[in-house]
Write a protein that binds this ligand. Structure first.
Ligand code: PMP
Length: 411
């Protein structure tokens, strides 16, 4: 059978993620990987979840082993509303403001399904979280990219672009602005309070929805907690996405959409068609965990661990890269990623061949562009390797950069 002949336009358009391809190399013995953005398994509450799983399967099997409603577990909703009030200071939420999703990746997909058409425009940051771009791309939407600065997206640039589209009569085609305001994946930066306020102002001016994706907000190592866009603007303007992946375990595949009731209802209908419901067992396990344990207390050692690893990586970068003029990195206040930018002339995708030889892996910046554009940046994740491997890995990376630079006549 000719598979190509029966593929849909979406099917034809699908491509394997660059990250998946590159990470295949990271299992080679002796390799050090700064590639994967997955949490350290030592932070998972495995004993607590193990006990809870046994208990809720044996005692609550008519619920936990059964189909769920599409909206998800009401008991988890109660816990989530409490958590959102405690962590974000968001009040006034009811059950109909929440939809539990299969990871926040599904939330991105559902949002694309209910908002984007072929001729729609969505604004994303540059560099962009690859998973969001992949989900939005399934609809053949048009992308506008807004450069990220050290304090978050360039809101002046965004306003200029929106103004142009308005003058061209295309403003109604703009469906939303997607942003990861805290400890951005991949750029590591956090949007300042001033920019948060400005972004809401600009979104209000052109009447555009903001999609705020915040998987890393609770993983803050230093600096002051900043209010979420949702808290600042209210649920008419912003849809907030959250996930248990980085604060409990990604294996539960549990995310949540928080927004105005009519929007949540639409995404619920889309979810019904996608997978009927998220696993009842996982939702009830998360609910019981939140009931019994103080999530913020439980997170503390994990956040300390990441901070230590991040400090080791930043120190190693200072030691190894300060003498390469034009190199820049962001010291993140939380999250899992450092974004390293090399001088002009570097192409981190081409350089990856040398990195493979030296068994040091990173994600080339090209993976976080909309159009596979060349990039002199790379994403380095510090969350998995132990400290001594981070030190060794950065040394190897320096060797890679020097070898490539000499080969290309850049140094
Ligand atoms: N948004 C961002 C910015 C992410 O980094 C991730 C995970 N890497 C996700 C969404 C998806 O997370 P999950 O589906 O595991 O909840």
């Amino acid at each position: 059978m000719d598979l190509e002949g029966i593929l849909s336009d979406v099917g034809k358009n699908l491509r394997s993620s660059l990250i998946r391809e590159l990470l295949k190399y990271a299992s080679v013995p002796g390799s050090i990987s700064f590639g994967g953005g997955v949490p350290d398994p030592n932070t998972f509450p495995r004993h607590e979840l193990g006990e809870i799983a046994k208990e809720v399967i044996e005692n609550e099997y008519p619920y936990t082993l059964q189909y769920n409603t599409t909206e998800g577990d009401d008991q988890l909703a109660i816990q989530m509303i409490k958590l959102l009030e405690r962590v974000y200071g968001i009040t006034g939420l009811g059950r109909d403001n929440l939809l539990f999703t299969t990871g926040s990746q599904q939330a991105l997909d559902l949002i694309a399904r209910v908002l984007l058409d072929k001729d729609s425009i969505c604004f994303v940051e540059f560099p962009v979280y690859l998973g969001a771009a992949s989900a939005f791309r399934m609809t053949f939407t048009n992308f506008e990219t807004v450069p990220l600065q050290d304090d978050g997206m360039d809101v002046d640039y965004l306003e200029k672009k929106l103004d142009e589209l308005d003058r061209q009569g295309k403003i109604k085609k703009v469906k939303f602005i997607y942003t990861v305001p805290n400890f951005h994946n991949p750029a590591g930066v956090t949007m300042s309070l001033e920019k948060r306020k400005r972004l809401i102002e600009v979104a209000n001016k052109y009447d555009i929805l903001i999609v705020e994706d915040d998987p890393y907000g609770l993983l803050r190592f230093e600096g002051e907690h900043l209010p979420s866009l949702y808290k600042l603007s209210g649920h008419d303007r912003v849809v907030l996405l959250n996930t248990f992946s980085k604060i409990l375990t990604p294996g539960l595949r549990l995310g949540v959409i928080i927004g105005r009731a009519d929007f949540v209802r639409k995404t619920t209908m889309a979810k019904q068609a996608a997978d009927l419901c998220s696993p009842s067992l996982n939702q009830r396990m998360a609910a019981r965990f939140l009931e019994r344990y103080d999530l913020l207390e439980y997170l503390r050692p994990g956040v300390e661990l990441y901070k230590k690893k991040k400090d080791v990586m930043i120190k190693s970068l200072e030691e190894n890269f300060s003498d390469i003029k034009g190199t820049k990195w962001v010291n993140p206040q939380g999250g899992l990623f450092v974004w390293l930018t090399l001088p002009d002339g570097y192409d981190t995708m081409e350089m990856f061949e040398i990195a493979k030889e030296k068994k040091i892996y990173y994600i080339p910046g090209e993976a976080f562009t909309i159009d596979d554009g060349k990039s002199r940046s790379m994403r380095l994740s510090f969350c998995l390797p132990p400290e001594e491997k981070i030190i060794e890995g950065v040394k190897r990376l320096k060797e890679v950069v020097v070898e490539y630079g000499k080969k290309k006549g850049l140094m």
